[in-house]
Ligand binder design. Sequence first.
Ligand code: UDP
Length: 460
Amino acid sequence: MEERKGQRLVLFPVPLQGHINPMLELAHLLYSRGFSITIIQSDYNSINPSKYPDFTFHSIFCGLCKSDFEDLSTLLMLLNTRTVEEPFRECLAKLLRDSSESEEPIACLISDALYYFTQSVASSLQLPRFALRTGGSSSTLAYAAFPSLKEKGYLPTPGSQFHLEEAVLELPPLRVKDLPLTNSNPDKFYEVICSFINEVMASSGLIFNSIEELESPALEKLRQQLSIPIFPIGPLHKYFPSESASSDSLVAPDETCISWLDRQEPNSVVYVSFGSLATIAETELSEIAWGLANSEHLFLWVVRDGMINGSEWLGFLPSGFIESLGGRGHIVKWAPQLQVLAHPAVGAFWTHSGWNSTMESICEGVPMICMPRLVDQMVNARYVSHVWKIGFLLEKGLERREIEKTIRKLMEWNEGKEIRERSTILKEKAKLCLRQGGSSYRSLEALVTRIISTRDKSSN
Ligand code: UDP
């Protein structure tokens, strides 16, 4: 723990699990570097302040409700409307007023990059703003290319000239079907993405939960295109031991996962989880269930409440499924994922390829089976399977024979062995970057210096 710097940072996370975790991890990291931390958060999906006594919390009423989270494009728009902007501006302005009389001035705002409205709020209050991008750099590069992709007709519109399998020449190795898009409201989504990129370009710097060595081509291009300092300081969850709870679970994790894993052989279990948001049709679930059962491998499967469209928890399972397993499967509503992935019994991760899950898997050297559903997951899955070559992409949809074959390929075949070896090598690289002199270590030093110098400039 470094000496206190006498400067406070204000952080503002988007209220989604995959955005709260990296923001809290960043909060812990910057606190350990001597900054005081204030977190402004929405009253919906909020972090429990009592778990983080080192931080000061302010809750703002944003009028969000459960149904707002059903469509991503609509949610992202909603997060950038006046209903969020007004209470946020009021809260930040008050914090600035109060801090002007204290001995601990506010050095900057660090907000989720998707809260793009915060740039103009911070500018109007003469406060520097840094953006935390909780997704990867390669998908962010694809987002930055949206206007030119649209112009060239790559984005699927009624007039689109391209087929899904065609290569996007500007963004190798992506194909049209790997572009980070949503299934609904494409126009709204396009608008949100362009705004987020434009406002990032006006910020004082962009922080990534990524590693220079992992995504250097994308990071280099982003540095050129955005013309702002970029700080890849990940993997954020690895700065502190997982027991220190630097991330927060909105749902209580089922601890039976660990006692169940303790009873299994090393590398014998397929961990299956599709993150905090992805939903799945009942027919798809049946294919997943039979694919898992027919593979004859052990599995730990996270089935969230509300994950299956129109079905009660476990009410969806095909009849005869549980009986067919003979104890080979364990199903829970939410897992302590960091501990699960670090468990020696876990030999593969069948994931939706969310960026946090991808980074977490890389850090434990666990090879992946990728089943991306939308947005940046498409890009992440393509990189896992075709660039880093540490997993397989389920390309042919969800079909039980394909699932069974892919699990067997990863767990039993030579091809799987090679993937496992590459995963182990990448895990070591991910470890090294945090050590003194490593790329993320240096990037973090640069970020701390930049925060201090930016504030000094703006207060002169
Ligand atoms: N997670 C967890 N338990 C689960 C499923 C997910 O702790 O059962 C955590 C996981 O470790 C990750 C986050 O939830 O940090 C999901 O983020 P990700 O970017 O992978 O996907 P999203 O939920 O944003 O689609």
